[in-house]
Ligand binder design. Structure first.
Ligand code: FES
Length: 157
């Protein structure tokens, strides 16, 4: 869905008004924009940069440093797989490879039908039960290839 440019401009303006007096406002602003639109529309970056007196490259750099910010809307379901060390030692790489092959997408991508977005995440605090995943916000432990397939069937019957 294409966002209305005037609507983005107006809503981002309100968010900037509400946050610009804060100390270190950039991250809260990016979070608020993502909450408002489900992602951070790239057309919002020049407006944010101008108001905070930063370059567009600086704003873009911060946004791409943090994995949680998305420049595209995500799919109807979001599956996050833990990529941190404890989960890796329990086979997270294998599960990640399986997930990518099964969905036909890479990290931060969404399946062509808009159904599932695959994201990496770095520790969900469930290290003892790795590999861990977050499926539409629900934490799931001991995710092997078979469990991944079952999770996928649950969200995409
Ligand atoms: S390392 Fe995966 S949940 Fe902590």
């Amino acid at each position: 869905m294409r966002l209305d440019e005037a609507e983005v401009h107006a809503r981002v303006g309100e968010i900037l008004d509400a946050h610009e007096a804060m100390e270190g406002p950039l991250l809260p602003i990016l979070h608020a924009v993502q909450d408002a639109f489900g992602h951070v529309p790239l057309e919002a970056l020049p407006q944010i940069a101008e108001r905070l007196n930063l370059s567009r490259a600086e704003v873009h750099g911060v946004m791409s440093f943090y994995h949680d910010f998305r420049s595209q809307p995500h799919g109807r379901h979001v599956i996050k797989l833990c990529r941190a060390e404890a989960c890796q030692s329990m086979g997270a790489d294998r599960v990640a490879g399986h997930a990518q092959a099964r969905l036909g997408i890479g990290w931060h991508q969404t399946t062509a039908d808009g159904g599932v977005t695959l994201e990496p995440v770095f520790c969900l605090g469930l290290c003892a039960c790795g590999p861990a995943a977050l499926v539409d916000g629900r934490v799931v432990g001991r995710v092997d290839e078979a469990r991944f397939d079952r999770l996928l069937e649950e969200v995409r019957p």
